[in-house]
Design a protein. Structure first.
Length: 116
């Protein structure tokens, strides 16, 4: 299993980023997928979950509801996270993983820093 997150960076408050997670080593289309994040000194937080076919978004954390959108492209084995109206509280390392029991092997994550 390999999960490779990308698309993070430094952005000003109010800005947007689109994160990508390229998956390999398993049948991507068989699994619901989630995005997570972990800020320094905090526990990892599940942000959003999308079903196998992408037709249903199961949940968004209250902290990102209305600002973040999860999507997937099964042909590309990739899950995305569109993040809008970013605030400094969104600063964290962002990860993707299987939605149920996460794979033991996490990716390296992608750092998102929101600062002026």
């Amino acid at each position: 299993v390999q999960l490779v997150e990308s698309g993070g960076g430094l952005v000003q408050p109010g800005g947007s980023l689109r994160l990508s997670c390229a998956a390999s080593g398993f049948t991507f289309s068989n699994y619901a997928m989630s995005w997570f994040r972990q800020a320094p000194g905090k526990e990892r937080e599940r942000l959003a979950t999308i079903t196998r076919g992408g037709g249903t978004i199961l949940n968004y954390a209250d902290s990102v509801k209305g600002r973040f959108t999860i999507s997937r492209d099964n042909a590309k084995n990739t899950v995305y996270l569109q993040m809008n109206s970013l605030t400094p509280e969104d600063t964290a390392v962002y990860y993707c993983n299987r939605a149920g029991v996460p794979f033991v092997s996490w990716g390296q994550g992608t750092q998102v820093t929101v600062s002026s």
